[in-house]
Design a binder for this molecule. Structure first.
Ligand code: FMN
Length: 155
């Protein structure tokens, strides 16, 4: 399966998880590519004002992983802006993951996950599974390992 891992990552946490996913999914025989969403105004919190400077072509893949950080207890504005402009992606299988600093998903991660799922569903995209990495949690490595396992079972 041709899988695109499309991530927005400012300080590298979300990207490092993407690399772990790439390694696992490639070892399982998939053709995997990581693509970065980039923006010119990273500090902007309002998704409608985000200026996307790299817009990965999600239509090039059979299945997709979307990865993003939590910002201000919400899905990062950059990923919100990217997902909002997607068109014609019906029936692709999607795995979503988020990274956040705070130690528990209840501290913004669950809310942000609700937002990413809602955008995907509004585009008729089927979210098969999800995961959150709480970067300051002492179980972080296990959380990353669990996400990698869950994603590999999703495709
Ligand atoms: C402006 C800003 C707002 C943030 N808001 C939150 C937040 O509400 N909850 C949280 O747990 N982490 C928050 N963080 C931390 C990031 O979610 C966390 O460090 C994430 O792993 C960064 O991912 P990245 O390295 O891929 O950019 C925030 C970071 C920034 C820069």
């Amino acid at each position: 399966m041709k899988i695109g891992i499309i991530v927005y990552s400012h300080t590298g946490n979300t990207f490092s998880v993407a690399q772990r996913l790439e390694e696992k999914l490639t070892a399982e025989g998939h053709s995997v590519k990581i693509e970065k969403v980039t923006v010119t105004n990273d500090n902007e919190m309002d998704a409608s004002r985000i200026q996307l400077s790299n817009i990965p072509d999600a239509s090039a893949y059979d299945a997709l992983v979307f990865g993003a950080p939590v910002r201000g207890m919400s899905l990062s504005a950059a990923m919100t802006a990217y997902l909002s402009q997607l068109t014609n992606l019906k029936e692709k299988s999607i795995f979503c993951y988020l990274t956040q600093f705070f130690p528990f998903p209840s501290m913004g991660g669950n809310r942000a996950m609700g937002q990413i799922k809602k955008i995907c569903e509004s585009k008729s995209l089927k979210v098969s599974n999800t995961g959150i990495v709480n970067w300051s949690n002492f179980r972080r490595e296990k959380m990353i390992g669990d996400i990698v396992e869950k994603a590999s079972r999703s495709f």
